[in-house]
Write a protein that binds this ligand. Structure first.
Ligand SMILES: [Fe+2]
Ligand SMILES: [Fe+2]
Length: 215
C-alpha cells in the first residue's frame, strides 16, 4: 500500500528535497494515525471518533508543507527563526483542513496537537482537560512516532529508549492516554514500529491525497 508514496517519490515534477519531505511527512502521519486509532479503540471510543482521529493523525502536520518551501529558500536562516515558523504548522494544518471541509473535531485535534497536558505546549499553552480529547491522544502518538523515526540530525531511538524518554517527560501527556499506550505496547496487538508505517488503509490513502494538493 505504500505504492502511493512510492509513486510520488518517482515523480519527475517535484524537486528531490520536496519529495523526501513529502514521504517523511506522509509516513509520519500514517504512524500517528495508526497508533492513535489503536489507543482510541483500546479506550473504547466509537467508530466515528476513531475515523475522525484517523484523519487527524494522517493530516496533523500537513501545514509543514507550507513552511518547508520557506525554510529551504534561505538555508542560513537562524535556528530560532526556523523554530518560530515551524511552530506555525499546526495553524497551517488547521487552515488547510478547514478549507478542505473537514469537521470541527478534526480541526481542533490538528490545531492543538502540540499542546502538552501540563500547559507547556503551543499554540495556546492549554492545560489538562481544556485540551481537546483527540489532540491529547495525538500528542502521545506524535512524540512516539517522532522519536522512533530517523531525523536529519539523529537516528531513530529504539522502542524502549523512546518510551523511557517519554516517561521522563510524562507530565506532557494525558495519563489515561499514556497508560493505554503502555497497555498496547504490551498486550500483543502492537506488531512493532515498522507495522505502524506499513499498514496504510484505503481510507488513509484518500486522506494522503491532500498532501499533493498543498505542494
Ligand atoms: Fe506537529
Ligand atoms: Fe507530528
Amino acid at each position: 500500500m505504500a505504492d502511493y508514496i512510492k509513486r510520488i517519490m518517482e515523480s519527475d515534477t517535484l524537486p528531490s528535497h520536496v519529495k523526501s519531505l513529502l514521504s517523511e511527512e506522509m509516513y509520519h502521519g500514517i504512524e500517528v494515525s495508526n497508533l492513535a486509532v489503536m489507543i482510541a479503540e483500546e479506550l473504547g471510543e466509537s467508530k466515528s471518533f476513531c475515523e475522525d482521529l484517523s484523519v487527524a493523525g494522517v493530516l496533523h502536520d500537513i501545514g509543514k508543507m507550507k513552511i518547508n518551501e520557506y525554510i529551504f529558500s534561505e538555508e542560513d536562516r537562524l535556528v530560532i527563526e526556523h523554530m518560530k515558523y515551524v511552530r506555525q504548522h499546526s495553524l497551517y494544518s488547521y487552515e488547510i483542513l478547514k478549507e478542505a471541509g473537514y469537521g470541527q473535531n478534526i480541526l481542533e485535534a490538528v490545531f492543538y496537537h502540540h499542546e502538552n497536558y501540563n500547559g507547556t505546549g503551543y499554540p495556546d499553552c492549554l492545560k489538562g482537560e481544556s485540551i481537546p480529547w483527540m489532540a491529547r491522544i495525538l500528542r502521545t502518538c506524535d512524540v512516539f512516532a517522532a522519536l522512533t523515526s530517523d531525523r536529519s540530525y539523529r537516528k531513530a531511538f529504539d522502542l524502549n529508549s523512546a518510551v523511557q524518554i517519554m516517561i521522563d517527560e510524562v507530565a506532557d501527556y494525558d495519563m489515561s492516554v499514556f497508560l493505554s499506550f503502555q497497555r498496547i505496547l504490551h498486550n500483543g496487538k502492537f506488531k512493532g514500529i515498522s507495522s505502524l508505517r506499513n499498514n496504510i488503509s484505503e481510507f488513509q490513502m484518500e486522506q494522503l491525497a491532500l498532501f499533493e494538493k498543498v505542494i
